[in-house]
Ligand binder design. Structure first.
Ligand SMILES: *Cc1c(COP(=O)(O)O)cnc(C)c1O
Length: 404
């Protein structure tokens, strides 16, 4: 049926009767906010990534905010990060009253370039916030070495990276094991595991874990669950200024079902990415995702770099006309009105003050936003869907002849 094609969306969460049953179980238990389901989800998540501690929160953004506070980020501090990331990364730094120091990404991996990170560390630097962009682990060996040598904290924005593996010190491990001081995950529906909204902070430090636990619950000294379970009258105290960053038990019950699907998701996504790789390799000038030897991505997103001279919007429109949804490359926070030049520093050159126009030190970040597109990749995708996307991309770029 020419012209009558269903749209292949960019992503689609896996949600079925098992998730609905889990939510119903939590609701009918009578305990709906942070309670036993959250505690069980935390234990299962910690086991899934190999972390000593996991603390559930209300979103990936609040995970970042709480983790940065827990490692000691304060007003006036600087935190080194990527502009080329979802805006929540940089926002979390500003919520702490600290200043983002943006470093460019490597043009192959789109992850922060460790050599520039090293140069960006200054006397006010409190932490490095390293992003595992679209689930591709960054160079953690180098980031850890820099953080250790310069005595700054390392927090990982692993929002997209659940199920990704990284080789650190010669050994493979899950992202979130953790390697830095804390790793932050998101359960937004655009990520592999979803709870509607939600997040998780993993850490090896009992101290950081305790701080995140207090911060998420108004800075309170005891949890609702502990008070409820106690046979002694318990008065709580509020030693620090906290927030309401709680996950609900309804969300956590869904998260437990979602987490049980992770091994199948990884296998399916790796197979889909391999199929794309084989089909797209012959398109002249098209840049396929680069995977370094020490990283195994979870393929949260499949991103291609368009051939030189191709207009992003034109290609994306042609794809949409062919029934395939795409998204432009990951944004750059420093190009948004919410990030006036006074709100951030350039990590490559502190005297750089490019007030208008592109920042010469973030040119790989800007190019990644302007010249890459994300194409559909989700668990329920069929091999035929992958073939259709590949053909649509070929046709949109004017190669490969008529549709077969
Ligand atoms: C999704 C995402 C976040 C924010 O997570 P939310 O759960 O939506 O708050 C932060 N950083 C990155 C890199 C993300 O992709």
């Amino acid at each position: 049926m020419p012209g009558v094609k269903t749209l292949i969306p960019i992503a689609k969460p896996v949600l079925d009767q098992a998730d609905a049953d889990a939510a119903a179980r939590a609701i009918l238990s009578g305990w709906v906010t942070q309670g036993p389901e959250v505690a069980a989800f935390e234990r299962e998540f910690a086991a899934a990534v190999g972390a000593p501690h996991a603390c559930a929160v209300s979103s990936g953004t609040t995970a970042l905010h709480a983790a940065l506070l827990a490692v000691g980020v304060q007003p006036g501090d600087e935190v080194i990060t990527a502009s080329h990331s979802f805006i929540a990364t940089a926002n979390a730094i500003r919520y702490c009253g600290a200043r983002p120091v943006f470093v460019d990404v490597h043009p192959d991996t789109y992850n922060m370039d460790p050599a520039i990170v090293d140069r960006a560390v200054g006397p006010k630097t409190r932490a490095i916030l390293a992003v595992h962009q679209v689930g591709l682990p960054c160079d953690l060996d180098r980031m850890l070495e820099i953080a250790r040598r310069r005595s700054v904290a390392l927090v990982e924005d692993a929002a997209c990276a659940i199920g990704s593996d990284v080789r650190v010190g010669g050994e493979w491990a899950r992202v979130g094991r953790p390697h830095g001081d804390a790793a932050c995950f998101s359960f937004h529906p655009r990520k592999l595991v979803t709870t509607g909204d939600g997040g998780m902070v993993t850490t090896r430090s009992a101290d950081i874990d305790a701080r995140v636990r207090a911060l998420r619950h108004h800075g309170m000294s005891v949890s609702d669950l502990a008070r409820h379970a106690s046979d002694r009258v318990t008065f709580e105290t509020y030693p620090t200024l906290g927030f309401n960053f709680r996950m609900t038990d309804v969300q956590a019950a869904i998260g437990r079902v979602q987490l049980s699907r992770l091994p199948a998701m990884q296998a399916r996504r790796r197979a889909l990415a391999a199929r794309y790789g084989a089909l797209l390799a012959s398109i002249p000038g098209l840049g396929l995702p680069f995977v370094p030897d020490d990283a195994r991505p979870n393929w949260q997103t499949y991103t291609v770099r368009l051939p030189e001279g191709r207009d992003q919007r034109t290609v994306m429109q042609a794809m949409l006309d062919a029934g395939v949804a795409t998204r432009r490359g990951v944004m750059c926070a420093h190009r948004e009105a919410a990030y006036p030049r006074s709100s951030w520093s350039c990590g490559a050159d502190r005297s750089c003050d490019a007030r208008s126009g592109p920042c010469p030190h973030l040119r790989h970040s800007e190019a990644a936003q302007d010249r890459t597109i994300a194409i559909p990749l989700f668990d329920a995708m069929t091999d035929d869907d992958v073939d259709r996307v590949a053909r649509a991309l070929e046709t949109s770029l004017g190669v490969g002849g008529p549709e077969r």
